[in-house]
Design a protein around this ligand. Sequence first.
Ligand code: FES
Length: 115
Amino acid sequence: MSDKTFLCRQTELDENGGVFKVPHPVEQNITIVLIRKDGRCFAYRNVCPHFSIQLDNAQGRFFTYQNRYIMCAHHSAMFDIETGLCVDGPCKNHSLIQESVSEDEQAVYLSHGQT
Ligand code: FES
């Protein structure tokens, strides 16, 4: 059985390139980054594989590059938005952990269980 949990309203996500952070609805002390690219929503645990810390800086700001990469605020690792793979930086070839999401006209949801 599949299940889903609300993450954010569609209006909270930028159409292209803006990164939005929400608390993980199931796991404590974890946040999820949501980013829309070319109409698709991608979601990752906000944990850099380099030092297992959040990708955003102390002010909660995320950095992107050319609308193709999320850049870790700490040591500039560059992660492909569509795959989560680090293509440059100290954790090259490691990946962000992807979360499964679904969408409808109103909102984005975290998917749980079998689909
Ligand atoms: S903690 Fe992300 S690149 Fe070092």
